[in-house]
Design a protein around this ligand. Structure first.
Ligand code: ATP
Ligand code: MG
Length: 411
């Protein structure tokens, strides 16, 4: 049995023995019914957070305001959330207050979609008051309750619907979809980080096209941050077919392709990426893939290629070239010829990052007798480039000597 499931079942048993109700809920129940491996195993209970903390020796109050306590195991943890009902949502994002309760069905009623509103007890008995199982069979995403009301309460649910469509390869049920069209104006109040969180999951999904197509179908860009804040409007129909997204491998490549679909131009790609508030590491990789794809670069010179691999990393160069082939319709032999040359140069490089060098910062400080400072990183970088390009051997004595010499040029 999956160790995380085993841990969650131990939590259910412990809570039940203490006289409380306890169930597996949400995504894990849905995924089990679909034969998918759940990302996490969430537990819901009528025990209040204080009680949960008192019942288990190791806990972390992860989200006490929402009633969530993490129960720690030898390895891993289980999130335990007290049954709750949510108060009014005046800002279309967060409930003004949450109220703890003892009724499972009310806790299920506050959940977004019927397929996410099922619970299972430790004996495997299923609680499905909103016919989630039926919707699973029909492969559809249907809001719990009145969809307009649910989307007005929390506008993120509309983006989640798109994400689940891509993840589960489902469609959005007719009335739920119609409510997106009517309630989309509430999307403007969403925090970018929450939208990006859902988009990331969408781009990791098997069929991103099944989610992003709704962005165009319902023209969500003018109201959905960060797109709504871009100076240039996203075109009314995508610049490339959405289905291509599904055939592309890797989240970063899919982001790059998605920006191409949105008509982003190379001069603004960095600022557009930053608007999603992804980390610098993420946006730099996506930007390199995007730029390379648009550059149509089929022919490389050896030194230029090796420098690019050093600067941007092999992964980004490889993915950017693949994407260039895809969007410019290169014949497979052209693409493969280009990739083969790049891969050969990548293989040939004796060092690919500073850790591969036969010297390190400590060596340079010792031999030069200088105090540590920014010069160390700069010297290592220069040694790295020249060693990678075959201009210096990766030999400690030689690198120390050269390091000492060039160190003098860096204050
Ligand atoms: P994943 O496999 O990506 O973790 P999930 O269904 O578990 O999918 P989570 O975001 O982890 O999704 O949320 C856990 C559960 O909490 C959901 O299944 C749903 O029941 C409920 N939930 C999450 N976000 C919302 C929301 N915005 N509105 C209502 N219910 C929500
Ligand atoms: Mg989850």
């Amino acid at each position: 049995m999956n160790p995380a499931l085993k841990d969650a079942l131990t939590v259910l048993e412990h809570l039940e023995k203490a006289g409380y109700q306890a169930y597996l809920v949400g995504g894990c129940v849905r995924d089990r019914l679909m034969g998918r491996e759940p990302a996490d195993w969430d537990v819901a209970t009528d025990a209040c957070p204080d009680t949960v903390q008192a019942l288990f020796p190791w806990t972390v109050p992860t989200g006490l305001r929402h009633g969530t306590v993490s129960v720690l195991h030898k390895k891993g943890m289980t999130e335990v959330t007290t049954f709750r009902r949510e108060g009014a949502y005046t800002d279309h994002r967060r409930p003004d207050a949450v109220v703890f309760m003892t009724d499972l069905s009310k806790d299920l009623a506050r959940r977004d979609f019927t397929i996410n509103a099922m619970a299972e007890d430790r004996r495997g008995r299923l609680y499905d008051p909103f016919k989630g199982q039926q919707d699973l069979k029909q492969k559809q995403i249907r809001a719990v309750g009145e969809p307009d009301h649910r989307f007005t309460e929390d506008a993120l649910r509309m983006v989640r619907a798109l994400r689940f469509a891509a993840q589960l390869e489902f469609s959005i049920e007719e009335k739920t979809e119609a409510a997106i069209q009517r309630s989309k104006c509430h999307l403007t109040s969403l925090a970018v980080e929450r939208v990006t969180g859902e988009l990331k999951k969408l781009f990791r999904a098997p069929r991103p096209s099944l989610g992003v197509r709704y962005l165009w179908k319902h023209n969500l860009f003018p109201v959905l941050p960060p797109f709504s804040r871009w100076e240039m409007a996203v075109p009314n129909s995508p610049n490339f077919p959405a289905e291509t997204l599904d055939s592309l491998d890797g989240e970063a490549t899919r982001w790059a392709f998605f920006l191409l679909m949105c008509g982003v131009e190379v001069s603004v790609v960095r600022s557009r990426l930053k608007s999603f508030r992804v980390s610098q590491k993420e946006w730099t990789e996506i930007a390199v893939i995007f730029q390379l794809a648009l550059s149509r670069k089929e022919e490389w010179q050896e030194m230029e290629a090796k420098r690019a691999i050093l600067e941007h990393g092999w992964e980004a160069i490889y993915r950017g070239t693949l994407l260039a082939g895809e969007i410019h319709g290169w014949p497979p032999q052209v693409r493969d010829h280009c990739l083969k040359a790049l891969a050969g140069w990548h293989q040939e490089m004796p060092v690919r990052n500073q850790r591969d060098l036969a010297v390190n910062g400590q060596d340079l400080i010792r031999i030069s007798g200088r105090p540590p400072g920014s010069w160390v990183g700069k010297v290592l970088e220069e040694l790295l480039v020249r060693t990678a390009l075959g201009q210096l051997p990766n030999d400690k004595t030689a690198l120390m000597k050269e390091g000492r010499r060039i160190g003098k040029f860096y204050p």
